[in-house]
Structures are given as C-alpha cells and as structure tokens.
Design a protein around this ligand. Structure first.
Ligand SMILES: Nc1ncnc2c1ncn2[C@@H]1O[C@H](COP(=O)(O)OP(=O)(O)OP(=O)(O)O)[C@@H](O)[C@H]1O
Length: 134
C-alpha cells in the first residue's frame, strides 16, 4: 500500500485537493525564478496603484493582467516539465517547438499586461506631469 505522502489515488475530499494544489503553487514559486521576478514586479505595480489611488475598475484591469501573466507562466512551467519528463535530456525538434511556443504564450501575456498597465498608469502620469507644469 502507498504511504500517505506517495499517494497515487484520487483525492478523497476538497481539502485534500486544495492542499495538493497549494503544494503545486509552492513548488512553482520555489522552483521558477521567472515567476518570482514577475511576482516582485507585480507587487511594485500594486504599490504604484495604491500611490496613484487608481479606481476600482483600474484595480480590476491590473489584477486580471497580473493573474494572466502568472497563469501563462504556470502553464509554461507545466508544459516544460511534461516535455522534460517524457523525453529527458535528449534534443528533439518537436520538444524545441513545444517549449518555444509555450514561452511565446508568456510573452503574449506580458504584452497584454503592458498594454493594461499603460491604460491605467499613463493618464495618471500625464496628470502628474500636468500638475508639475502649473
Ligand atoms: N529537449 C529539448 N529539445 C530541443 N530544444 C530544447 C529542449 N529543451 C529545451 N530546449 C530549448 O531550450 C529552451 C529553454 O528550455 P528550458 O526548458 O530550459 O526552458 P527555460 O529556460 O526554463 O525557459 P523559460 O525562460 O521559458 O522558463 C527552449 O525554449 C528550447 O528552445
């Protein structure tokens, strides 16, 4: 019989599922340097949102943009792990295509987040510049 920490059967209840999901997010945070950098950058963006007293709608836009980047980074990491698990250290053109496309999805999410950040912060910055000029 498998020991409790080497479970291969289905989760028995919601809190068991949740604890495994949280363990997965913890592994993602600890092992994925890109995610930690994005996390710090997101914290800075949220501090800027507090400083500029952005509206509820602007908070909504920023939080969705940040979650989109986190989610795409998580999927990218999952895909990289699956590829590495299946083919190990061998070089394979298909593995390269899969990993490069997956990384491309993170770049697209990042561009969306930059557009959202500009939508929120550019008017506030212009307002600030306008105040200085008077
Ligand atoms: N098995 C492989 N076969 C062919 N190319 C590979 C293979 N593994 C990695 N690569 C190439 O190396 C790149 C980096 O792969 P790696 O798995 O190290 O991702 P990473 O450095 O964690 O990337 P990211 O910055 O997107 O998280 C891939 O985008 C791909 O071009």
């Amino acid at each position: 019989m498998a020991s409790p920490d080497k479970q291969v059967t289905k989760n028995r209840h919601f809190f068991q599922s949740l604890s495994h999901a949280i363990a997965g997010l913890h592994t993602f945070f600890v092992e994925e340097g890109n995610f930690r950098r994005e996390f710090v950058l997101s914290a800075l963006v949220l501090i800027a949102a507090v400083v500029f007293r952005v509206s509820w709608f602007e908070w909504f836009v920023l939080i969705l943009a940040i979650l989109l980047v986190f989610l795409s980074e998580l999927w990218n990491t999952i895909i990289e792990n699956i590829v590495d698990f299946v083919i190990g250290n061998q070089y394979h053109e298909r593995a390269k295509k899969i990993k490069d496309m997956s990384a491309g999805a993170v770049v697209l999410a990042g561009i969306i987040a930059i557009v959202c950040g500009a939508y929120v912060f550019v008017p506030h910055l212009l307002h600030l510049v306008g105040m200085w000029n008077h």
